[in-house]
Design a protein around this ligand. Sequence first.
Ligand code: PMV
Length: 363
Amino acid sequence: MTPQDFIPKREAKNIEAGEATWQSPSNIALVKYWGKKENQIPANPSISFTLNNCKTTTSLKYAKKKAESDPADFSFDFYFEGQSKEDFKPKVLKFFQRIHNYCPYLKEYKFEIHSENSFPHSSGIASSASGMSALALCVMDLEKKLYPDINEDFFNIKTSFLARLGSGSASRSIEGPLVVWGKHEKIKGSSDLFGEKYPDEIHDNFRNYQDTILLVDKGEKQVSSTVGHDLMHEHPFAEQRFKQANDNLNKLIPVLKSGDLSEFIKIIESEALSLHAMMMSSLPYFILMKPNTLEIINKIWSFRKSTDIAVGFTLDAGANVHVLYPENQKDKVLEFIKNELVAYCENGQYICDQVGEGAKKIS
Ligand code: PMV
């Protein structure tokens, strides 16, 4: 597939007005994407677990513009959790501008967008993956009305392609349980242009894998991902990091098949710490972990050593900790979290999530 394949070439049906609602989850990367080329092309491939409970629900109402409206403009209103949000509009506008070449019908409509998250506002959880994918799904819902012969495969691929142009990691939120984005020589169908459901065998150990998100710092992100990705351009360790991500994905393939949890944990924890190491060694440099992040990591390590329970962690570009463990250890790990880790969370807050199957349409 090339970007050209996503430009509609047939004649569209006439659709005057309508509405679509989609729910799309967040995802947590196991092998991280950090660094990109032009047009949201990743510097290395990444793979993520699609989440189940942390999600965005977005409705898109559309009606053909009146003849007198300016055909050169995008026209939309944006509401977040019922409130009109002017400060979210530039992001949506940028998204529409980036995808317009592939969705030329966008300027023909006036849109009303309503969006809400299942996770608490300002929890330090990035909503760009769930938010941008939910909006891309709604746009594609309209596209499917305009071009009814679009099949499910094309629908998913183009949605992921569009979501990627909004936020790279959003390309991994359409399907589940594991999605790869970025070309990797050992993963069939993998592409820099869109996320693809991981095509190889996945061991039962990873079924309903648990992710308890410990909210260590609920504040605004210290570094936006745009700034963070840019810092990889002049980064002294960039090439080595991109190679490491490729190698880690390579190592993960047999681990996903065999269900070897101790190898799995080594890979994901090394990825999390490498991501943060990149931030600490860029110019300007950042420490996004907080003292409590390190307390939690040390507690996880000593719990794992003393119990042999396969619990590990990963981190996003922030201080919150994702505690990852198999479903059959849920009771014991949750007890450990409540007894020993919750004290390090802001206001004792954490979110219980698990691996999910991807986005769904709400009728
Ligand atoms: O999708 P973005 O541009 O917000 O970048 C996300 C980057 C990380 O969350 C840190 C890693 C990843 O692969 O999700």
